[in-house]
Design a protein around this ligand. Structure first.
Ligand SMILES: O=C(O)C(=O)C[C@]1(C(=O)O)C=C[C@@H](O)C=C1
Length: 361
């Protein structure tokens, strides 16, 4: 058989496989519509999104995958498939820290897939407000970066908001230098979010010494400014560059190879336990004798693990602190429930910010 004939026969096989996949994904979509009918008949006319079920589906697919596609690839494909199925049932409105092209938008699309109606907002406060008012079903905001630490404003918003954390995800942050200029010796100014500038500090010192660094409200805004300002460049992600038609002059300019940002998903109710959950709380022991060790004792007693602890000034008085703590487990798990009840007795403030499935890959 000649190479051309062989190629045609393999392509014919691919076409037949695609027809079968097409038939099956539509059969799956019909099954999802059937699920929606059952939920509505049972009186669940609110939100049909089930994050715990989605995590179960994705974990099962990841575990069943025999390659050659990577687990990450098949999970991404099934995430999009479920997103399209959910959009058929009821499209979700998801608010995120915009504008278009931010890493937070990338995080929202990674978490919910492209079937959502995405709403770009100008601030973290606006994301909280839109979800609180019910204009958006969910919100996505950044909370901490592996190089630059916590986004303190997000934690502050949680202190006063009735919203719950309903999910989390991590995104590797890869910055590039992009411009309308093609010759980078012409560049006199670089725009970025302060965290973008900080995350690429060593690279900028080495490659663009003496070039003015201008902090702006987001990496996407940096790309917009670079698009309209001659002799300037932006430090931002690929999505922002594409959105504003910039040419990438240099990729992967972040100083830390493992530069990752963690994002939180906000909603108005906690999802049920999945068996691999995390609970976030904010706790303080102001005006009481004994300190952090006393507050944490119940966690030790019930054999619970913390994955993060962060202290912040409480803003209620000098030298008083609140602690943001992530604990492995769900607030409905009996051990964690008991530990939280005991902590409540010891604390002057204890707020459960939410129990949610741990970040998937
Ligand atoms: O299992 C459900 O509850 C469904 O609605 C189906 C489905 C899916 O496509 O698998 C769709 C949306 C939900 O968020 C979870 C899963």
């Amino acid at each position: 058989m000649s190479e051309t004939v062989k190629l045609e026969s393999v392509r014919a096989r691919i076409d037949a496989i695609d027809d079968e996949i097409l038939r099956l994904i539509n059969e799956r979509a019909q099954a999802a519509q059937e699920v929606a009918r059952i939920k509505r008949a049972a009186g669940e006319d609110g939100d049909l999104y089930r994050p715990a079920r989605e995590v179960e589906v994705l974990n099962r697919i990841g575990a069943a995958n025999g390659g050659p596609l990577t687990d990450e690839d098949v999970i991404r494909l099934f995430r999009e498939l479920m997103s399209a199925c959910l959009a058929l049932q009821q499209p979700l409105q998801v608010a995120f820290l915009g504008p278009q092209g931010t890493f937070t938008q990338e995080a929202a699309l990674k978490h919910f897939g492209h079937g959502i109606r995405a709403l770009a907002l100008e601030s973290v406060d606006a994301v909280f407000r839109e979800v609180e008012s019910g204009n958006a079903d969910y919100g996505v905001v950044p909370v901490e970066n592996s190089t630059e630490g916590v986004v303190t404003h997000t934690l502050d918003c949680f202190m006063v908001s009735p919203l719950q954390i309903v999910g989390e995800l991590e995104l590797p942050i890869r910055h590039c230098l992009a411009s309308k200029e093609t010759d980078w010796s012409a560049i006199c100014q670089v725009f970025s979010h302060p965290q973008g500038l900080a995350q690429c500090r060593a690279w900028l010192d080495q490659h663009l010494p003496g070039v003015q660094r201008l902090p702006v409200s987001s990496t996407a805004e940096a790309a917009r400014r670079a698009a309209e300002t001659p002799q300037s460049a932006a430090v931002a992600g690929q999505a922002a560059m594409q959105h504003y038609g910039l040419t990438v002059l240099y990729s992967n300019i972040q100083d830390g190879a493992a530069n990752t940002t963690r994002f939180l998903v906000l909603g108005d109710h906690s999802p049920p336990p999945t068996g691999a959950d995390k609970t976030s709380i904010v706790v303080s022991r102001a005006d009481k004798p004994g300190g952090l060790a006393t507050l944490l004792a119940p966690l030790v007693r019930y054999g619970l693990n913390m994955s993060r602890i962060e202290s912040r000034p409480s803003r209620q008085g000098m030298w008083q602190y609140v602690f943001f703590i992530d604990i492995l487990g769900h607030a409905e798990d009996s051990n964690l429930r008991r530990a939280l009840d005991e902590m409540q007795q010891l604390a002057s403030l204890l707020k459960i910010l939410g129990s949610y499935p741990r970040a998937a890959r």
